[in-house]
Design a protein around this ligand. Structure first.
Ligand SMILES: [Fe+2]
Length: 247
């Protein structure tokens, strides 16, 4: 290897995500409570986004690939990373988990559920004890007409309640259409649709399955499903970080 060549697997230094230290977690928690999802400022650099798009074609990086049309999930492909995760993905998982766990623990306390561990390493241990060993972070690629049906990313009994997607392309430049769609199913009420249009490097934090909502008589759970509307032109790539592992 020449002295200037840098492999994509190079361990990123801690300062690889300078925007993370500036995230306002109180504001993100307020967005989650009010809208059901939260948008961060751009947190991945254009180079990091490019790196995650390029890895999509590296078969050795993945443990499994899903052709969504074959399973009637939609149209497009997604690939689950194999262990060991690329350093960038591993760092995202471990660095984002603690502030997410603080929100998840507030939710657990108002819903009367068991608390979540403080670190991602402890969550991975708890997943292993529940028979959930396979990593769940993934990259998704949608071409023209690609879409993703409304769903929830549950992979076993242990389901950490929040997940994150990172937009890897520039909307309206690299692709058109392809909005992130959320539907909140409220008990005994009609469902609420919401749309997010994250920019390059921006993250969207959203519930995996449900979240607490305050009503007149305390908190209740509202169900949330997410999907992607049809891409009209170009290719749309997203990195998905789910914190629990799969059975
Ligand atoms: Fe999903």
């Amino acid at each position: 290897m020449s002295p200037t060549a840098v492999p994509v697997t190079t361990e990123p230094r801690d300062e690889a995500f300078p925007a993370f230290d500036r995230l306002d977690w109180d504001d993100l928690a307020l967005q989650l409570d009010g809208n059901g999802f939260a948008m961060t400022p751009p947190v991945l650099s254009p180079d990091q986004c490019r790196q995650m798009i390029d890895v999509f074609d590296d078969d050795a990086a993945f443990r499994s690939t899903v052709d969504m049309a074959r399973l009637s999930f939609g149209e497009g492909r997604y690939r689950y990373f194999a262990d060991p995760l690329p350093p960038l993905v591993q760092q995202l998982r471990t660095r984002l988990y603690p502030p997410m766990a603080r929100i998840a623990n507030r939710w657990a306390s108002v819903l009367g559920e068991d608390p979540w561990p403080d670190t991602h390493a402890e969550l991975v241990e708890a997943c292993a004890a529940a028979g959930q060993h396979k990593p769940t972070p993934l990259v998704l690629r949608y071409g023209p007409t690609g879409y993703n049906c409304l769903h929830q990313d549950v992979y076993g009994d242990l389901t950490f309640p929040l997940q994150v997607l990172f937009m890897l392309n520039t909307p309206d430049v690299d692709f058109t259409g392809g909005e992130s769609v959320f539907v909140e199913q409220r008990p005994r009420q009609q469902s609420r649709p919401m749309v997010a249009r994250p920019a390059l490097g921006q993250a969207v934090i959203f519930p995996v399955r449900n979240r607490p909502k305050q009503g007149a008589r305390g908190y209740h759970r509202v169900q949330m499903r997410h999907g992607v509307s049809a891409v009209h032109t170009g290719d749309r790539h997203v990195l998905g970080v789910i914190f629990h592992n799969a059975r």
